[in-house]
Design a protein around this ligand. Structure first.
Ligand code: AMP
Length: 403
């Protein structure tokens, strides 16, 4: 069986296919890495991984169009860690260049344990942090560096690290590096690699400056452009609203009044029934879908929602799984999702077919920490704004740009 992923740009380009049942081991990933991934609950490769890991392992230059959340870190990280010779002092063999400190830390969190599993050391270098500590880390031994370009150049010029021996270089989120004006620094670094090496570039877009970067630094690259299986953060507008228990239903009602089709997610079946009743008391026509309802009732609710007879649907996570609901303009996390993956799965009900939908998360004061943790995992740095149900911004969430 194969799964297909449409190429995003050239309409005449081939459709990429891969076996959705393929395992990391079958892709050629080393057993100790496979075992470690399993302990992290990572059992099956995502599309971007299934498609690029074999090329990465074969030493090919790779140019991947992939966004945050697609699983690109492992797509380049696993081949990178498996292909490196032992490093000399302060002369790492692997390099991951990233645009921001946050991404550097995030990539390091993924690669660190994997590097250890194959007897290698990864060191993370970024600006705005104590350089002496980073120098000490380099001196302790480093096979792989994960770095923002400016700090890496600083350390190279001080003679603390050399990129000359790099065998595998990765440019992660190249479009963001271009947007931030880092391409001269990226050039500077790549030009100082002295021997033949493999370069893998990942970017959400591959035109303009990124295309020039590819042409300058990649040799006969294989191009992979996959739609991520998971909806991506960039594909939707996010609003985080701190609400008060007594006012929460009314906030949901205000949002529903301002939208054509609203899908609300709750944690429990009882919670779904209760919310439907409460919304109806606020004059909002709503129905629930959850596992305790008869199939015929669920189908009727879905049909009415799809045909615009019913403006509001309240769903549990389980009931919503696998449903293809089109044209939802607002998804409301009435109860915050379990984790960042649940956030993306739920939110993916909006923002279909090139349209940007709005996703609103309602947060009670004692849920703020949990929601901030989810925001961090999603790379969403946004405030959680206190709001009351009579606030006119709720009438048109799309128009309100939350700072
Ligand atoms: P990335 O795009 O590399 O930042 O990955 C996005 C998220 O997906 C991270 O939280 C990873 O832990 C998770 N992830 C990556 N690959 C897999 C996989 N094959 N199975 C399950 N989760 C994964």
């Amino acid at each position: 069986m194969t799964a297909t992923f449409e190429w995003e740009s050239d309409s005449d380009a081939p459709v990429e296919t891969y076996d959705p049942n393929i395992t990391f081991a079958e892709l050629g990933v080393a057993p100790e890495l496979v075992a470690l991934l399993l302990t992290q609950g990572i059992e099956k490769p995502f599309a971007v991984q299934a498609i690029t890991i074999p090329d990465g392992l074969a030493g090919r230059d790779v140019c991947g169009k992939a966004k945050t959340g697609s699983g690109k870190t492992l797509a380049f990280g696993l081949p990178l860690l498996m292909r490196l010779q032992p490093a000399a002092e302060r002369r790492p063999r692997g390099l991951v260049l990233v645009p921001t400190r946050e991404l550097a830390i995030q990539v390091a969190e993924v690669l660190d344990p994997l590097a250890q599993a194959v007897g290698k050391r990864a060191v993370v270098l970024y600006g705005g942090a104590d350089i002496e500590r980073q120098i000490k880390q380099i001196r302790k031994g480093c096979d792989v560096i994960i770095a923002t370009p400016g700090r890496l150049i600083d350390l190279s010029e001080r003679g603390e690290v050399s990129v000359a021996d790099i065998e595998v270089a990765v440019l992660d989120e190249a479009d963001r590096m271009a947007d931030m004006g880092f391409l001269p620094q990226v050039d500077w670094v790549l030009r100082r690699i002295s021997g033949p090496h493999q370069t893998m570039l990942f970017s959400a877009t591959l035109d303009g400056d990124v295309d020039r970067l590819v042409r300058r630094h990649l040799t006969d690259p294989v191009r992979h452009e996959v739609e991520s299986a998971m909806p991506t953060v960039e594909a939707m507008e996010h609003r985080f609203l701190q609400v008060h228990q007594m006012d929460k239903v009314k906030v949901a009602a205000s949002i529903a009044h301002g939208a054509t089709k609203t899908l609300l997610f709750v944690r429990t079946k009882r919670g779904a029934d209760r919310l439907v009743e409460q919304l109806q008391r606020e004059g909002v026509k709503a129905a629930a879908i959850h596992g305790d309802l008869r199939q015929s009732m669920r189908e009727a609710a879905l049909r009415d929602f799809s045909s615009d007879k019913l403006p509001v649907l309240v769903a549990t996570d389980v009931a919503a799984r696998g449903l293809d609901i089109e044209d939802v303009d607002v998804v409301v996390h009435y109860d915050p999702p379990e984790d960042h993956k649940a956030y993306l799965h739920r939110s993916g009900r909006t923002a279909r077919a090139e349209k940007t939908g709005v996703v609103a998360t309602l947060v009670l004061w004692d849920q703020i920490l949990d929601v901030e943790r989810i925001q961090k995992r999603l790379g969403l740095r946004m405030p959680i704004t206190e709001i009351f149900s009579n606030d006119p911004r709720l009438d048109d969430l799309a128009a309100w740009k939350q700072a």
